[in-house]
Every structure is written in structure tokens, then in C-alpha cells.
Design a protein around this ligand. Structure first.
Ligand SMILES: Nc1nc2c(c(=O)[nH]1)N=C([C@H](O)[C@H](O)COP(=O)(O)OP(=O)(O)OP(=O)(O)O)CN2
Length: 165
């Protein structure tokens, strides 16, 4: 029998893809909402770490599941920012969710809207939100990057370094 192949001690990257999801949003630019429109978002997590004695950075099955669970509530919904700065206002009115910026006013069925804890539904902040949701599931990972793609020509990559590095 030959010698067991030692796991490398240098950092290794694994990638986990989440399910594509369709969602509508209206980004804020210079304090004004753009027109409501939709994207089919796709995302990928790149995870860097040192291999454990079993030769893995982390088990990607629970990571993929955590990503799918974070994405599921966003599927086929309109994503709106809970923390948009003034003059943006949001309130409920007769079963509708109303959001306005002084120029544009959206009234959408409450059940079709997901309010996210962000100031804007930019690709950057949606990516950060998803990364925050999966972070507790990244055992053994040293660095994580989430790439959220909203179209063939636009995507954002957000990163987190564990251990404050
Ligand atoms: N840094 C960012 N810039 C912009 C974002 C963003 O999330 N981060 N978002 C938008 C708009 O919301 C829009 O979704 C994208 O605009 P655009 O790429 O022009 O979209 P189009 O579909 O019109 O263009 P294609 O070239 O057909 O993809 C703007 N900026």
C-alpha cells in the first residue's frame, strides 16, 4: 500500500451555486426610484479555507441548502428597501404596501412584497443580504465571497473574512 495522500495545507476554494430566482425591484438612484422591473438573479458562493482531515473545506450540502433557504422567500416577489433614507416613505394601506419617493408611488399587494433590511435593493446590497443569511452556516471557512448576477452584464461580489482578518 502506498502512503496516504496528505491534504494540502494551502487554502482551497470551493464554489456553491444557489437556485436562480426571479424578483422585481426598483433601485434608488439619487434618491429616486427607477421604474419597477425584474431580473432573474443567479448567485454563487466562493468559500476559501484549509482542508480538514477528511479533505474538505466545509460540507457544501448544508451550505447549498442554507443558500436555497435564504433565496426561497425572494422568489417571485417584489423586493423593497426597509431602510431607504428620506424622502422615501413606506406604509400599509387597505392591504396594499405603499412606497413613495415624492415622485413615484408604488402600491403592491402586501403578500407580493418582501421588505429587506437594506437602504436600497442594489445588486451589491442584495448580495450582502444573502451572504449575511448564509454566514452562520460556513463552518471552517476563512473567507467567503458571494457573487450575485442580475444580468449577463452586471453582477456584484461581496466578501466576508472570518476571524476579523
Ligand atoms: N452599482 C450598481 N449600479 C446599478 C444597479 C446596481 O444594482 N448596482 N442597478 C441598476 C438598475 O437597477 C438596473 O437593474 C440595471 O441597469 P442596467 O444594467 O442598465 O439594466 P438594463 O437591463 O437596462 O441593461 P442591460 O445592458 O440590458 O443589462 C443600475 N445601476
Amino acid at each position: 500500500m502506498g502512503r496516504a495522500h496528505e491534504p494540502p495545507t494551502s487554502p482551497t476554494t470551493i464554489s456553491v451555486a444557489g437556485p436562480a430566482f426571479g424578483a422585481a425591484h426598483a433601485g434608488l438612484h439619487q434618491g429616486r426610484f427607477e421604474a419597477l422591473h425584474g431580473h432573474t438573479y443567479t448567485c454563487r458562493l466562493d468559500l476559501v479555507g484549509t482542508l480538514d482531515p477528511e479533505g474538505v473545506v466545509t460540507d457544501f450540502v448544508p451550505v447549498r441548502q442554507a443558500l436555497a433557504e435564504a433565496i426561497a422567500p425572494l422568489q417571485r416577489r417584489t423586493l423593497m428597501p426597509a431602510h431607504a433614507p428620506a424622502p422615501v416613505r413606506l406604509h400599509h394601506e387597505d392591504g396594499m404596501f405603499v412606497i413613495e419617493d415624492g415622485h413615484r408611488r408604488f402600491a403592491l399587494p402586501v403578500q407580493d412584497v418582501v421588505l429587506l433590511p437594506v437602504v436600497n435593493t442594489s445588486t451589491e446590497l442584495l448580495g450582502q443580504y444573502l451572504l449575511d443569511q448564509v454566514r452562520p452556516h460556513l463552518d471552517g471557512v476563512e473567507r467567503a465571497a458571494l457573487v450575485l448576477r442580475e444580468s449577463p452584464t452586471a453582477q456584484a461580489r461581496v466578501e466576508h473574512h472570518f476571524g476579523g482578518q
